[in-house]
Design a protein around this ligand. Structure first.
Ligand code: BES
Ligand code: ZN
Ligand code: ZN
Length: 468
């Protein structure tokens, strides 16, 4: 798909018309005969008139994204090559709807669908710098979301920690980022025993990835992003039941989102220093596996009683959060991204990210950024009573809670144990277990990986710069 930004409407094979608030102003009779009323996620193709009408019940940006994705999917069933759409309003949403809705993952199909490339002419009122910037940013961000989706959708056989590290190197090279990759020797000699333990039974070496973007202009903020990159989560010795193990290739979604964000930052030329840290690990079983009953030492010296090897993400993140805070000084914000708990999915549903932390104001800013960007998020509150449930009788802390309720929050509070005092109010934990991977198409998101976290983080940065 090629997107062309133009100022004057030109003759094309098909024009996409978005119907807002069910207000149909042309071809009324034919559309009535087709029983098209402009309802959300419906469309009508009028061949004679060369128009594709799409319904858009609400007027907000995200409804436009959904509507446009319906249009591009419909057009992909046809052989029309030259298409136009009026984007005098909602340019960003239209581009993102096209790019995100057009995504397909056919890596494992032996017969790929062969289609000729379509050109979409995007008609804007003014071809000025501002318009071109919105256009380019939307394309860059969508491409990174799609890159993240590709990583997550790739099978654990083809995407293991070293591959994740290679992808990180590729991103670094393309964007002029600094890139450090560490293996298990580094983890062992730098006290990262909890992360190391999780990957021990895997035939793939665990990798710690650290990408850095430094702007050419002076950085106005320093942001650290930490991602859970479990390239597979079998549950370890506390093995997952068969049905729950399927889709666990998606347990690298947090780390993949961090890589996707790092892939965008340099292209957007934001005046922010950004660090992307990923713990890439495979959680497997075997004679060498870490065990329930073990007590592990985290990088900050805290001891962790293991009672369930399936609560492994928090162990990997604990050491990665410590690494980040030891290596990077004067952090303004530190965010982590993880498909951390099934409890988050139970609590808020498949489409929403759970946002947690000690600073309510910051949590709300992140939720707001999500809503501004078209992602869904909500804030879950920590509390003193749940905090007590992760205490251990024999170690400093236990890797699971003594209660089965509030699992997303207790996992968040576990991570809080690895945030140093000076960073307590700068930290936000994003549990993306719900939206990261859904086994059905939803809106402009495909079956499988959605790329959750990429858009809201970029939006957070943009909102931050607007504040200044
Ligand atoms: N990766 C899972 C969480 C998950 C579950 C993500 C479903 C996406 C969909 C995580 O490592 C895990 O297994 N968590 C356990 C924690 C429990 C043992 C305290 C869970 O949520 O059941
Ligand atoms: Zn697990
Ligand atoms: Zn996991």
């Amino acid at each position: 798909m090629k997107l062309n930004l133009i100022q004057e409407n030109i003759k094309t094979d098909i024009e996409i018309i978005i119907i807002k608030d069910k207000k149909i102003t042309s071809n009324k009779k034919t559309l009535h005969q087709l029983n098209f009323t402009g309802e959300d996620e419906t469309c009508a193709l009028l061949l004679e008139a060369k128009k594709l009408y799409i319904g858009c019940e609400n007027n907000d940006e995200d409804s436009i994204r959904v509507a446009v994705s319906v249009a591009i999917r419909k057009l992909n069933e046809t052989n029309f090559l030259n298409i136009s759409i009026d984007a005098k309003e909602d340019l960003r949403a239209i581009i993102e709807g096209l790019e995100l809705g057009n995504y397909t993952f056919d890596k494992y199909k032996s017969k790929k669908k062969k289609t000729k490339e379509k050109t979409i002419n995007i008609v804007v009122s003014k071809l000025n710098k501002e318009t071109i910037n919105i256009f380019q940013d939307a394309i860059n961000i969508s491409n990174s979301v799609n890159l993240t989706r590709n990583f997550v959708n790739t099978t654990p056989e083809d995407f293991y920690p070293n591959i994740m590290a290679k992808e990180a190197k590729k991103i670094a090279k393309e964007n002029g980022l600094e890139c450090k990759i560490y293996g298990e020797d580094y983890l062992a000699s730098n006290g990262m025993h909890t992360m190391n333990a999780v990957g021990r039974a895997s035939r793939h070496e665990s990798k710690l990835i650290h990408l850095t973007y430094k702007p050419t202009k002076k950085a106005v903020k320093k942001i650290v992003l930490v991602g859970k990159g479990l390239t597979y989560d079998s549950g370890g010795l506390s093995l997952k039941p068969a049905d729950f193990m399927v889709t666990m290739k998606s347990d690298k979604s947090g780390g993949s989102a961090v890589l996707g964000i790092m892939n965008t930052i340099a292209k957007l030329n934001l005046p922010i220093e950004v660090h992307g840290i990923v713990g890439a690990v495979e959680n497997m079983i075997g004679g060498d596996a870490y065990k329930p009953d073990d007590v592990l030492y985290a990088k900050n010296g805290k001891t962790i009683e293991i009672r369930n090897t399936d609560a492994e993400g928090r162990l990997v993140l604990a050491d990665c959060l410590c690494y980040a805070q030891d290596e990077i000084k004067d952090i303004d914000y530190i965010f982590d991204y993880a498909t951390l708990t099934g409890a988050s999915v139970v609590g808020v549903g498949h489409y929403t990210t759970s946002i947690m932390g000690n600073n309510n104001h910051l949590n709300y800013s992140m939720v707001q950024a999500a809503l501004d960007s078209g992602e869904l998020a909500t804030s879950l509150p920590f509390n003193r009573y749940l905090r007590k449930t992760i205490k251990s009788k024999i170690a400093d802390i236990c890797n699971i809670s003594s209660t089965r309720y509030g699992g997303a929050i207790t996992a968040g509070m576990f991570l809080d144990e690895f945030i140093s005092e000076e960073n307590k109010n700068k930290w936000v934990h994003c549990d993306i277990a719900g939206p990261a991977y859904v086994e059905e198409q939803w809106g402009y998101n495909p079956y499988g990986a959605s790329g959750a976290g990429v858009r809201f983080t970029i939006q957070f940065m943009k909102n931050l710069l607007k504040e200044k």
